[in-house]
Design a protein around this ligand. Structure first.
Ligand code: PLP
Length: 460
């Protein structure tokens, strides 16, 4: 065991050290490779070293270099090393954290970590939460709570509202709760890509007139397309007036609430009935770490509480947290240890400082990108994401779209940074998102230089 573990640790650390030298996007033209990789289950075992060679030399590099410093694409994830150590402890000690009685002290650590998130997001003391595998599963659970609270058993007339900029996980989450796509309204967004509350109000009224039952609004604390933050306070007011559940998708943006100077742009976030968080984004943890907070903890428990003859009875009243009473899973990993160990090792201040650094890098990046010839900023950064397009006199929309797409591709092909685009309001937008804990000033310099060089070859 020791020899195997030492080999793996040494090779993984070598890999991490090599990340700055690796291309921002690995070679993912791997169809032939993937076809050649298909194989039946081996009848007999093999040794570790050749497997690690294949993994680390051939397969891992054929990926987006998501943990690398130059990853400015999509919403960057993290990969803080102590979380891997937490997983190692979890898997080797292999205790059962699905129910409180099976590992009370370990489950208490998870409850503590959730309690830290609750305090950071300024949610009330009787809020409860759950660690999930990601933001999508958190949003699913939130919509389930909203559905149970507002619709009971009669779910078909229920209507859910979100914006035309919402993450596609909202539609998937709705469907998973039995709210079908014809009961999800994608409300128009304004010129800053924020949900229009006037249209929301009119649509709710029209649905009520049609005999439907509006029950929830899912707003964004930072969209994936352009980083837009919906008017959370105004939506909270409207939800209070209309008796609707207000869920905030903070998968990208919520952790910026830790920064006092960014509280104003995220104003209204703590008023949400529920909040999706993604520690694998804003807390720089490895993929597989999402979280949900529900303002009225009883609503979350009511959606999942269950007993079985073969399980010990929960102590009453609910003094101790029990994961299986707040989510769909019974047997599970121990996601709380990743969060707990990392925060204990580094302290909350280190996370706040890292978020401030990413914000400062973004402000610098947008100023310098805006100064490049032909760049028009379509969405200034509210947090650490901005979007833009390339133009020149006489350019048509189709030419601008093709040129901006080419700008993202050529910049990425240079290998120092990876950037991606999106289509919003009918236009292709280039975008930059700074959220990797490994991204620093050198990557912003590389971004600006490589974009400048690409623009010279693209613009007529
Ligand atoms: C990433 C993201 C999601 C989905 O979260 P997963 O962790 O990928 O499941 C939802 N909404 C937003 C705004 C995101 O950035």
């Amino acid at each position: 065991m020791r020899a195997m573990a030492e080999t793996v640790v040494a090779r993984c650390v070598d890999h991490i050290v090599s990340l700055p030298q690796q291309p921002g996007c690995g070679d993912v033209e791997a169809r032939a490779l993937c076809r050649a990789m298909r194989e039946p289950a081996p009848e007999h075992g093999t040794s570790l070293d050749p497997l690690l060679d294949q993994l680390l030399e051939h397969w891992v590099p054929r990926s987006f270099t998501a943990p690398g410093p130059g990853y400015l694409a999509f919403i960057p994830g993290g990969g803080l090393f102590p979380a891997a150590l937490a997983d190692f402890i979890t898997d080797t000690t292999n205790r059962f954290t699905g129910i409180w009685q099976a590992a009370p002290a370990l489950v208490q650590l998870e409850a503590n970590a959730l309690e830290w998130l609750r305090e950071w997001m300024a949610f009330p003391p009787d809020a409860r939460g759950l660690f999930t595998t990601g933001g999508s599963m958190a949003t699913w659970n939130a919509i389930l709570c909203a559905r149970e609270r507002h619709l009971g058993a009669d779910i078909r007339p229920g209507v859910l509202y979100t914006s035309d900029q919402a993450h596609h996980s909202v539609l998937k989450a709705a469907k998973l709760t039995g709210v079908m796509p014809d009961r999800v309204r994608a409300i128009a967004s304004d010129e800053c890509f924020r949900l229009r509350t006037d249209v929301l109000e009119e649509t709710i009224a029209a649905d009520r007139r049609a005999g439907l039952v509006p029950f929830a609004v899912v707003s964004s604390a930072g969209t994936t397309n352009t980083g837009a933050i919906d008017p959370l306070d105004a939506i909270a007011d409207l939800c209070a007036r209309e008796s609707l559940w207000h869920h905030v998708d903070g998968a990208y943006g919520a952790f910026f609430y830790l920064r006092p100077e960014l509280r104003a742009v995220l104003s209204g976030l703590p008023r949400a009935d529920s909040l999706t968080l993604d520690p694998h984004k804003g807390m720089f943890l490895p993929y597989g770490t999402g979280a949900l907070l529900v303002r009225d903890g009883a609503a979350l428990r009511a959606a999942h509480e269950a007993t079985a003859a073969y399980l010990p009875a929960m102590p009453q009243p609910h003094e101790f947290y029990d994961p299986s009473q707040h989510g769909p899973e019974l047997s599970r990993g121990f996601p709380g240890l990743r969060v707990w160990l990392t925060v204990k090792l580094y302290g909350a201040a280190a996370f706040r400082e890292a978020l401030a650094e990413k914000r400062a890098l973004t402000i610098d990046a947008v100023r310098r990108v805006a100064a490049l010839p032909g760049i028009v900023i379509d969405a200034a950064p509210e947090l650490t994401l901005f979007a833009f397009h390339l133009t020149w006199p006489g350019a048509t929309r189709a030419e601008e779209d093709a040129a901006t797409r080419s700008l993202m591709e050529q910049t990425t092909r240079k290998g120092r940074v990876m950037v991606t685009g999106c289509t919003a309001h009918g236009r292709y937008l280039g975008r930059v998102c700074v959220l990797s804990f490994r991204t620093h000033a050198a990557q912003i310099d590389a971004l600006v230089d490589d974009m400048a060089a690409a623009i010279q070859t693209i613009r007529p």
